[in-house]
Design a protein around this ligand. Structure first.
Ligand SMILES: *Cc1c(COP(=O)(O)O)cnc(C)c1O
Length: 388
């Protein structure tokens, strides 16, 4: 019988060794030994499924992949050293020179930079659609288009895209739909249910959730993952066994952590909505969010990130960040520790002012990744930093 999410996250486990350990051990080894000449030949010829070399596979990375596949309802996956390694390797494995990608304009800063500054080196081009105009994708599709790419919720503006709409367009034009599901985590949203072919995560965020390791993963249909695997086992972006062990353990507590993250984030969002020094607040599960209904349909809760704008622009923003005492000024998110970020001067500083304006990143915009400290302390710190 198919077990529930929480149970799979805890009970999906690599085979025990002869020591019958309860917690999965670490297989910190670069390679694995063969029994004999025949075993060596058959293993290398892929006549049997087994670990050969940790660039290809390893019991700890396998366990991590299996868990995420169960959580996302995916057939297969490959684990990477970082979220960006997952993004880059997925594109590099699936695209040829001359191919074209249609992506949401609002994507993670490094992903945007990959499309704009690096993929063109291999003659892979891209066009962006506006997140509030998904229908415009059809005008951007060319004969060479292979992939539609989007995030929901988006970083840092927590905008929501209608995954079913995206899927309709992708299916109609026989394109591969790839969703970066990092902001939701597999606990809140499973894009494959809505038709996505591949789902990408930065495991660095909610999956580890404790600010320790970088990790990434792509999961989805077995035939696409096979192409990604073929590319990756040669080029070497694999996740390390140690980091895989850490993150696989983290997934055991994903559901309870994310529940509390979302509870705290909603309380903070509601507080900020009433604050006189705040121009606007965006959080997917606030009724004022323009895509509230779609968020409710796609997600179990609103996620860990709240975006808001301080009145008074850049100078008021600077004062706010200098006044923060408890929360961390950092670029990560989805961590137990609440983090405040200024997207315009950090994650999205490589974009031009025009590019930032196009994705609604204003000078006074603050992104809060709401952590697991007591909500009263989180609100107290933000309130005092707003200067009341
Ligand atoms: C952080 C992030 C990435 C990149 O992940 P890394 O692990 O930092 O390489 C990709 N997409 C989104 C939405 C992210 O937030």
């Amino acid at each position: 019988m198919k077990k529930k999410f929480e149970t799979e996250a805890i009970r999906t486990q690599t085979e025990r060794s002869q020591f019958l350990e309860h917690s999965t051990p670490m297989y910190v080894t670069s390679s694995f030994v063969f029994e004999d000449a025949e075993d060596m030949r058959a293993s290398f010829n892929e006549e049997k499924e087994r670990n050969i070399y940790s660039r290809y596979s390893n019991p700890n990375t396998n366990e991590f992949i299996e868990k995420v596949c169960k959580m996302e309802g995916a057939e297969a996956g490959f684990a990477f050293a970082s979220g960006m390694a997952a993004v880059f390797s997925t594109f590099a494995a699936l695209l040829n020179a001359g191919d074209h990608v249609v992506s949401a304009r609002n994507v993670f800063g490094s992903t945007h930079s990959l499309f704009t500054n690096f993929l063109p080196k291999w003659n892979i081009t891209s066009d962006y659609f506006e997140i509030n105009d998904v229908a415009s994708i059809e005008e951007l599709i060319q004969p060479s288009t292979k992939i539609i790419y989007a995030e929901s919720p988006t970083n840092p503006g927590v905008d929501i895209l209608d995954l079913e709409e995206l899927n309709k367009i992708a299916k109609k034009h026989q394109l591969i739909l790839i969703i970066d599901n990092c902001f939701a985590s597999p606990y809140l949203q499973q894009p494959i249910q809505f038709g996505a072919d591949l789902v990408i995560h930065s495991g660095t965020k909610l999956m580890d959730g404790q600010g320790r390791v970088l990790a990434g993963i792509t999961v989805g249909s077995a035939d696409l993952i096979d192409k990604i695997y073929r590319f990756s086992r040669i080029t070497g972006p694999a996740l390390s066994p140690f980091n895989a062990w850490v993150i696989s353990k983290s997934l055991e507590t994903l559901a309870v952590r994310v529940d509390r993250h979302c509870e705290n984030a909603l309380l903070l969002a509601e507080f900020l909505e009433k604050h006189p020094k705040v121009n606007w607040v965006k959080y997917p599960f606030l009724k004022s969010h323009p895509m509230y209904e779609i968020a409710k349909k796609q997600m179990k809760a609103g996620g860990t990130v709240v975006a808001f704008e301080i009145s008074g622009g850049l100078e008021a923003g600077r004062q706010f960040f200098d006044a923060i005492k408890l929360l961390s000024l950092s670029a990560n998110l989805g961590d137990t520790r609440s983090i405040v970020t200024h997207p315009a001067s950090t994650t999205h500083s490589k974009l031009t002012v025009q590019e930032r304006e196009a994705v609604n990143i204003t000078d006074g915009m603050v992104r809060v990744s709401v952590g697991l400290e007591h909500i009263d302390d989180i609100i107290q710190d933000i309130n005092q930093a707003l200067g009341v």
